[in-house]
Write a protein that binds this ligand. Structure first.
Ligand code: CMP
Length: 143
């Protein structure tokens, strides 16, 4: 069983898309292990986006992700990392296909609504950066 970190970014929260995004993951059949509305601290944001530290858009990215509440989640399921990224759609919104979250709702790459981990190592790092172990709930999903 794999797990991933999914986050509705400040633009998604502002646009009232938390429910729509959560709903897509629920309907797909993934299991929610943790979820909270939170404001990310600057150092947490810099750790989250560490791989982009040298990119010209890094400062803007950190400003944006700390600008308002995000809805942070952990989802579990078989191949949840790659399937989530398919459901979310490409980072560049011009490449995000209809039917994906970004393809259906995002019109600008800087405001692409949602983040999903890209590999098991980054998922574990991103989860540990945003959640305590006690916030991750283990329970049985019967259907
Ligand atoms: P995300 O999946 O959260 O990971 C990095 C984020 O950087 C990305 O979504 C975009 O919101 C943002 N970003 C801004 N400009 C660019 C760019 N030119 N290329 C890639 N990502 C960008």
């Amino acid at each position: 069983m794999e797990r991933t970190f999914i986050m509705v970014k400040p633009d998604g929260v502002q646009r009232g898309l938390i429910g729509e995004i959560v709903s897509r993951f629920e309907r797909k059949g993934f299991k929610l292990a943790a979820g909270k509305l939170m404001i990310i601290e600057r150092d947490q944001a810099e750790r989250h986006y560490a791989e982009h530290a040298e990119k010209p858009f890094f400062g803007e990215l950190v400003d944006f992700i700390t600008s308002g509440p995000v809805f942070a989640m952990v989802w579990e399921g078989d191949d949840v990392i790659s399937l989530s990224r398919l459901m979310i759609g490409k980072t560049k919104v011009a490449d995000a296909l209809p039917g994906t979250i970004r393809g259906d709702y995002a019109a600008h790459t800087n405001f692409n609504l949602v983040h999903g981990s890209d590999a098991p190592e980054s998922a574990e790092r991103e989860i540990a950066n945003m959640f305590n172990d006690s916030e991750l709930l283990g329970y049985t999903r019967s259907i």
